[in-house]
Each structure stands twice: as C-alpha cells, then as structure tokens.
Design a protein around this ligand. Structure first.
Ligand code: NI
Length: 179
C-alpha cells in the first residue's frame, strides 16, 4: 500500500461525478482502499474519497476516534463505503466548520442534514445501513459529496465564514477533522 498525492481544489477531477464500482476485481478494490487508508492516515484526515487520490470511483473511507481532550468530537467508526447512497431523515440542517484535505489550510461553515440514513457496501460486498446524526452524519455527507463532484466551499452560504484556519482559529482548531 502507499501514500498517494492528494488532488487539490482547482483540479477538474474533483468537480466531476465519480463512477459506480461495478466490475472491479476484489484485489484492485483492496489495493485502492489500502492506499486511501494510508493516505488518510498520513495527512491526519477524518475521511477520504477516491477522487481525491485521482481515482474516479464511488468509494469513500472515514473514521474518527473520539479524543478525550476534545469531548465534543464524537467517535465515528472506521468505515469503507462502496457505491454509497445517503437519504436525509428529515429536513433539519445544522451548520458547523469543515475542512478538506483537498482544500488545505482552509475552513468553512457548512450546512448539512443533521440526521441521515446511509447505505453502501464494504470491501467484501456486505451491505452497510446506518442511521446517524451530528458529526457522523456530517462526515459521510462531506465524503459522498466528493463522489458527486462537490467540494464543501460550494455549499458555504456566506463566504465571510470561509477562510484560512490560522486566521479564523489563531488559538488552534478544536478537534481537527479535515476530510
Ligand atoms: Ni474533503
């Protein structure tokens, strides 16, 4: 497995819709996911989508371990999702700060559905269905947006709340979670 270069905003591939995984071999899929895990770990991400390493397929990974120093950052299980689908459970939105490994050094205040159901397949083809809320729901919406060619700055309602993290948060960020 290998740490791969992360595509950054400006690269047209990040604005393109990724393709469903259909006839890819288990070995190739395992290699892709292995590279994604290594890359996410190397850059301390909370999640990563395949297009971010230049592979236009509908595969995302995410996972956050709650840190006792940051009690507000909830635990999100280590998850691999192939061909994910998200449905909001109601119309409720909430705004929170997000970062992205493809938009390094920046943060923005992004509205997301508070409660969602997501489904997809793990690397062995087993179906995953979960109903989640809050930070977990936010992470999965951010990652799946990458598969539809949407970067979080496109969802910011007021660009006054988009900027350099060193300016917005001079004291440092609580619960760093770039995705
Ligand atoms: Ni991202």
């Amino acid at each position: 497995m290998a740490v791969r270069a992360i595509r950054r905003m400006g690269d047209p591939l990040l604005w393109a819709r990724a393709q469903e995984v259909t006839d890819i071999s288990a070995e190739v899929l395992a290699g892709l996911v292995g590279d994604m895990k290594d890359t996410m770990a190397a850059f301390h991400g909370a999640g990563l989508a395949a297009p971010q390493i230049g592979v236009p397929l509908r595969v995302v990974i995410f996972g956050v371990h709650a840190n006792p120093r940051y009690p507000q950052a909830s635990d999100v299980p280590e998850t691999i999702l192939v061909n994910p689908i998200i449905e909001p459970l109601d119309d409720g939105l909430e705004e929170a700060w997000e970062g992205c490994l493809s938009v390094p050094g920046m943060r923005g205040l992004v509205p997301r559905y508070r409660r969602v159901r997501y489904r997809g397949f793990d690397i062995d083809g087993r179906e995953i269905v979960r109903e989640v809320e809050g930070f977990h729901a936010r992470v999965v919406q951010h990652e799946c947006d990458h598969l539809d060619g949407i970067l979080y700055p496109a969802r910011i309602r007021d660009l006054k709340f988009f900027g350099y993290e060193s300016v917005l948060f001079p004291e440092g960020i609580v619960g760093d979670d770039a995705q």
